[in-house]
Ligand binder design. Structure first.
Ligand SMILES: C[S@@+](CC[C@H](N)C(=O)[O-])C[C@H]1O[C@@H](n2cnc3c(N)ncnc32)[C@H](O)[C@@H]1O
Length: 292
């Protein structure tokens, strides 16, 4: 539809049966990691997270950064702590006090030299001010996709830009959209993505996921990750991690990075550094700060 000045007006109509909520009415809860305590508690026990194939890629970058590293959305320290173990001096920033509390506990169990190289900051990656410059900023495992709104994505990139030295690099990953998958009606069905296994305390954990709604014009999906926890008496609880997740296209991000003062050095399709192609699961951006 054309607006009064010839501009395009996007009218987003959401069907109530999709459970849709308009994006501009979403109050950010940053992926919902603080909404339910079970998320931070289980994060380091979920094989999809602990076994994710990105670790060597990010740890190698941090080790060879040649200066201070900042991880945005550091969570429980899955990448941050191994990076510090290899000698990197790193700041971990996350908005979730519960994820940071886990990170702090893990850090407390590290040798003194590792602990001394890490500091933790609670803030949103859309609005932070830290002392000193960084050589490398990383955003591993999709925190950028929790920034559903364009204003927040731009704010994040501008804050990263302000914290990097000239020539410093930003490296982050988002998934490459599988267009067959997002048009498959089966995504609305609950499907098991992690078979049941036993937790260290004897409880059993099984996990499923489903899409609740898709919003193509605004490029985000409403996702539920559903945890079934069976305690030692046999009682099962169903716990839901529900959040909106933004998806991006390659050139959208290349343009956005350019707009925020970055030059794209590489776009990989996976953590083995293979080039992005139609089948790549990931889009991994290596972007360098241009002088302001
Ligand atoms: C999937 S976890 C990834 C954690 C960690 N990077 C890893 O690789 O294991 C997403 C993290 O992003 C954090 N997050 C989401 N939105 C954020 C924001 N606006 N600012 C800072 N952290 C955010 C969440 O609290 C959560 O810890």
């Amino acid at each position: 539809m054309r607006g009064p000045c010839g501009s395009t007006v996007v009218i987003c109509k959401l069907s109530p049966d999709q459970g849709g909520i308009r994006i501009n009415k979403l109050s950010p809860d940053y992926g919902g990691y603080d909404r339910e305590p079970f998320l931070a508690e289980l994060y380091d026990l979920v094989p999809q997270y602990t076994g994710r194939g990105d670790l060597d890629f990010y740890v190698d970058l941090c080790r060879s950064a040649g200066g201070r590293v900042l991880e945005l959305g550091c969570g429980t320290g899955r990448v941050l702590i191994p990076a510090a173990e290899t000698g990197a001096t790193a700041v971990g920033l996350d908005v979730s006090p519960q994820m940071l509390a886990r990170c702090k506990d893990r850090l407390a169990r590290q040798p003194e030299d590792v602990r001394s190289r890490v500091s933790l900051v609670q803030a949103s990656m859309t609005d932070f001010e830290l002392d000193g410059e960084f050589e490398l900023v990383i955003i591993p495992f999709r925190p950028f996709q929790h920034l559903v709104q364009v204003d927040d994505q731009i704010a994040c990139l501008k804050h990263v830009h302000a914290h990097l030295g000239v020539g410093g690099r930003l490296v982050f990953d988002v998934f490459q959209v599988n267009l067959d998958m997002i048009t498959d009606p089966g995504i609305f069905e609950e499907r098991e993505d992690m078979p049941e296994f036993e937790l260290p305390d004897g409880r059993k954990l099984r996990r499923c996921d489903r899409h609740v709604a898709t919003h193509r014009s605004e490029q985000y999906n409403e996702i539920e990750i559903i945890y079934y926890i069976t305690d030692t008496t046999g009682e099962t609880r169903r716990l839901v991690h529900a959040f909106p997740l933004r998806y991006f296209f390659r050139y959208e991000l290349e343009h956005m990075l350019a707009r925020c003062g970055f030059h794209v050095v590489d776009v990989f399709g996976d953590f083995d550094r293979s080039p992005l192609d139609d089948k790549s699961p990931e889009m991994i951006f290596i972007a360098e700060k241009e002088p302001s």
